[in-house]
Write a protein that binds this ligand. Structure first.
Ligand SMILES: [Fe+2]
Ligand SMILES: [Fe+2]
Length: 294
């Protein structure tokens, strides 16, 4: 097993990869998709939790990697879902079947649980508010949950593991890109570049995939900024997103933070910016007159 090298060299993406002590990437390296999903397994003693477990079609691959770590699935005590999209929640009932424990907990925000129950779960759905926004292993190790509402779901949140310094950021810092490696590698001039498309140096740059993902997935510039503000207060050193690559170099974290902070035209903002000047928000007069004529 490849341990904590923060290097993509020699990584075997058909295996679970240990990114920190007892923390494993158990994702599916799907060469035909630009949207790679990154479920993570945290093992603490003889207990484990899974963060953003993955889609239903990815489940056989993800389960194989969980088994490669040596953990008995019945020792998975909790499934943490940082929002409710099918790319991370789709396999929740498969997990319940494999884990087979009445003590299994499914943890998310109450706003997500409204939707997660429709994935046909049978385990109790625990709201993060009800557990003081933290999950505690028997050892005392604590995972802290920080809300990032509307980035991109109403109930979105991130998870911070102080023991490793890893921030599991779900869709924030994600990417959609046909080129993928587990760890982000950014050339120094990518940090100051403003014309990524095409790359002036003809290199394979991961920044356009990150910015493009946020432009289409996040609802607005305000939601993006609010989420970044919440994350800025967390004492993390590594970002492990649910899509794209793990960001571990301080300079790269700063660069991506800055670029997302200054990103314009996110989600609905792009649409509103391109509206004709005469279009007024909330102008329902045409609808009202049509209905009044009926
Ligand atoms: Fe999502
Ligand atoms: Fe996602």
């Amino acid at each position: 097993m490849d341990i904590k090298t923060f290097s993509n060299k020699g990584l075997d993406y058909d295996r679970a990869i240990e990114i920190a002590d007892g923390i494993f990437w158990v994702g599916f390296y799907d060469t035909s998709s630009g949207l790679h999903c990154n479920p993570y397994l945290i093992i603490d003693g003889d207990e484990a939790v899974v963060i953003d477990g993955g889609s239903r079609p990815d489940f056989p691959t993800v389960l194989m990697k969980i088994l490669q770590t040596g953990i008995d699935p019945s020792n998975i005590k909790a499934l943490i879902y940082q929002h409710y999209d099918p790319d991370l929640c789709g396999s929740v009932s498969n997990y319940e079947d494999i884990i087979g424990s009445k003590d299994l907990k499914i943890i998310s925000d109450k706003e997500n649980n409204i939707f997660i129950r429709h994935f046909a779960v049978t385990s109790p759905l625990i709201a993060i508010d009800a557990i003081n926004s933290q999950y505690q292993f028997s050892s005392g190790r604590t995972l802290q949950f920080i809300k990032t509402p509307y980035a991109h779901c109403c109930g979105s949140f991130v998870t911070f593991d102080a023991a490793s310094g890893i921030l599991f950021s779900s869709d924030i810092f994600g990417s959609i890109d046909s080129h993928w490696d587990l760890y982000l590698t950014m050339a120094p001039d990518c940090r100051t570049c403003t014309t990524y498309d095409p790359c002036p140096n003809g290199k394979s740059c991961q920044i356009p995939g990150i910015l493009g993902f946020h432009l289409r997935t996040m609802p607005s510039e305000k939601a993006m900024l609010y989420a970044l503000e919440q994350l800025a207060g967390i004492d993390f050193s590594i970002i492990a997103p649910q899509h794209g690559s793990i960001i571990h170099q301080p300079e790269d974290i700063i660069t991506v933070f800055e670029k997302l902070k200054n990103l314009k035209g996110i989600g609905i903002d792009r649409l509103l910016n391109s509206r004709q000047a005469s279009a007024e928000l909330g102008d329902l007069s045409k609808l009202i007159s049509r209905l009044q004529e009926k």
